[in-house]
Design a protein around this ligand. Structure first.
Ligand code: SF4
Ligand code: ZN
Length: 313
């Protein structure tokens, strides 16, 4: 409940739209204030609904949570750990990829170790050096402008290998609504509609480990508030290669749009779902083949990792 001053100007601390407690979050797209207890309850309910609606978890699953140590993956592991009793016989393991980015990875690795110790979750770490023969820093010498695309390709592969080594049946990543909406726009900007369609939350082809994104409908800002309220917020450095990322520009543009036109990101996700429906069976949803070198699923002759490896030789 807002307090009106004598002049009729809104002032004072806003109160929760669902109870009378002081609010800690304003959801602009819903024009709704929430207090601490309702932020936590609302977040956990929405994540549970996403998981159930999209059938992301089944009894007997072993979920490998990709834990970078940053805020999204921290929130994902924390939330799944808290929601786990809802599912029968489901186990969590955390996997962390050390790409070899000096001055950045050390702190996030430490944060990941602390969280898994606190929650009592099995933690597996794998390095780019062990898997691909060198650190990301070394691979990027002279090609820093391609940092995120190279890192993304190698990290995706490392996550799959690590999840398989841990005996996982699903791979969960902490992509939030902002990340997903940015990816939709970036794929459109690059005229890469097949990737836009492939980026779906659940893979049912059976050719590779099913990836799930339980936070894909949660705005980044709400994740940060949830972490602070649960006392798991950790201020961490930014990856030094971020400045080369196209995503950074798209992120800033989209945040601006979301502020001026609340609901923009949700609308982008709805558009993506419609494109996915229209694209089924058409040229934009290419069928998967097997990589000629390593047998991994891919759309061409070689998978992206094998194509990349050729450029390192
Ligand atoms: Fe990798 Fe780019 Fe993320 Fe850095 S910002 S960790 S290089 S994807
Ligand atoms: Zn390959």
């Amino acid at each position: 409940m807002m307090v009106l001053s004598n002049e009729g100007v809104k002032c004072g601390v806003p109160h929760c739209s669902l109870c009378n407690e002081p609010a800690v979050l304003f959801q602009r797209h819903l024009d709704r204030h929430l207090c601490k207890a309702h932020v936590i309850a609302d977040m956990e309910l929405r994540v549970t609904n996403t998981i159930k609606t999209r059938q992301m978890i089944a009894p007997g699953d072993c979920i490998a949570v990709a834990l970078s140590g940053g805020k999204d993956s921290t929130a994902l592991l924390f939330l799944l750990h808290r929601l786990l009793p809802q599912w029968e016989n489901v186990r969590l393991v955390a996997i962390t990829i050390d790409e070899g980015i000096s001055g950045y990875r050390e702190e996030t690795m430490h944060s990941a170790e602390q969280l898994t110790r606190r929650l009592g979750i099995e933690h597996h770490c794998i390095t780019f050096s062990a898997l691909f023969g060198n650190s990301l820093d070394t691979f990027l010498e002279g090609r820093e402008s391609q940092a995120c695309s190279i890192c993304g390709i190698l990290r995706k592969k490392a996550l799959v290998v690590s999840a398989q080594q841990a005996g996982a049946t699903k791979l969960a990543t902490g992509h939030n609504l902002d990340d997903e909406a940015q990816s939709v726009l970036m794929n459109v900007f690059r005229n890469d509609l097949p990737r836009l369609v492939r980026n779906s939350g659940v893979d049912s082809s059976g050719k590779f480990i099913t990836r799930i994104k339980p936070l894909s409908l949660i705005p980044e800002k709400e994740i940060a508030v949830y972490l602070i309220l649960n006392d798991v917020w950790n201020e961490l450095p930014e990856c030094p290669y971020t400045r080369y990322a196209m995503r950074r520009e798209v992120r800033s543009m989209l945040s601006d749009f979301e502020y001026k036109h609340p609901g923009t990101m949700f609308n982008l996700m709805k558009s993506k779902e419609k494109i996915e429906c229209c694209g089924k069976g058409s040229v934009i949803s290419e069928s998967l083949r097997s990589c000629r070198e390593c047998g991994d699923p891919c759309s061409g002759d070689l998978c992206q990792v094998c194509l990349l490896r050729q450029t390192f030789d």
